[in-house]
Design a binder for this molecule. Structure first.
Ligand code: SAM
Length: 285
């Protein structure tokens, strides 16, 4: 029986061509075939690295036909590298379908990690990085978009979005309408010559881009939902229930009001708050 090949998911630069790992270069040299989202873009990278390999296209509209072809090669024992237009395959590109098809066919899938635009945007944002939600592109369909935003307006984690420059202003306006005022960071042209991180409020970003056309690629990093004290559900979770309660009592609430507030903010019942108070009292000597 022929041994199956391996499908390597190879991350490539999101701008600066130096951002490729030694292992990624070795794998690109060793595989039998490279499946690329944009063969012209990948050819530029391969030429830069001095690699000459058979290339095949694998993109959104040929994914089912091409998927079968690539799986056929893997079943015949060939090793295949999947590369996306830029960054990590499988993140907001058709890689996900090929991986799932490979797994169904008992083919080994191996990651060759590297740049992801969203993570690069997050780490320079200055917003909370402890927990975050990757949202990629918002749905284009009006109804699906509205429904998604209804859910996201309650999201306490920092959110990461992708957007094309010509749709940026429309998306910023939708965000402002649904989320209200928020801190955001527009991480633009990451790792490229005109790299910048604009740390701004949603309303200011709208004014900024109403006057000038956005250029280049953007990651939009949006602060999660905060309460009137500027804290998110996540901040409260870092405190114990009794510490949380103490803050409101010190601010002048009575025990009942404070318990209600704490239960709301932690998304738990008042009974759970009460149980915790009793537990801590019993533990205190
Ligand atoms: N697979 C890629 C990754 O790992 O990040 C993402 C592919 S997605 C089709 C393309 C989107 O990523 C762009 O529309 C933009 O929002 C974001 N992006 C890619 N490169 C970027 C860069 N250098 N700076 C800012 N955003 C970038």
């Amino acid at each position: 029986m022929i041994e199956r090949g391996t499908l390597y998911l190879v991350a490539t630069p999101i701008g600066n061509l130096e951002d490729i790992t030694l292992r990624a270069i070795r794998i690109l040299k060793e595989v039998n075939l490279i499946a690329a989202e944009d063969t012209r873009q990948t050819l530029k990278l391969l030429n830069h690295l001095g690699i000459s390999k058979p290339l095949t296209s694998y993109f959104r509209h040929n994914e089912s036909r091409k998927g079968e072809y690539i799986i056929g090669k893997l079943l015949d024992g060939e090793n295949v590298a999947l590369v996306s237009d830029a960054g990590t395959p499988g993140i907001s590109d058709p890689g996900e379908e090929l991986v799932s098809l490979a797994i169904q066919n008992h083919i080994k899938v191996s990651p060759i990690p590297g740049p992801v635009a969203a993570i690069s945007g997050l780490i320079v944002s200055g917003l909370q990085t402890g927990r975050f939600a990757f949202e990629g592109f918002l749905p284009m369909n009006k109804r699906a978009r509205k429904e998604r935003m209804e859910v996201l307006k309650e999201e306490p984690r920092t959110m990461l979005y992708y957007e094309a420059p010509h749709k940026l202003i429309h998306t910023l306006k939708d965000m402002y309408q649904n989320f209200g005022e928020r801190k955001i960071v527009l991480a633009r042209e990451i790792t490229k010559v005109f790299e910048e991180a604009v740390r701004i409020n949603l309303s200011e970003a709208i004014s900024l881009y109403e006057d000038k056309n956005p250029k280049g690629e953007f990651v939009i990093v949006v602060e999660g939902k905060k309460d009137e004290m500027g804290k998110s559900q996540l901040d409260w979770e870092e405190l114990s229930i009794t510490q949380h309660l103490k803050i409101y009592i010190e601010l002048g609430m009575n025990q009942k009001e404070a318990m209600k507030k704490v239960a709301e903010e932690r998304n738990i019942s008042k009974k759970d708050v009460y149980k915790e108070i009793v537990k801590e009292k019993n533990l205190t000597p």
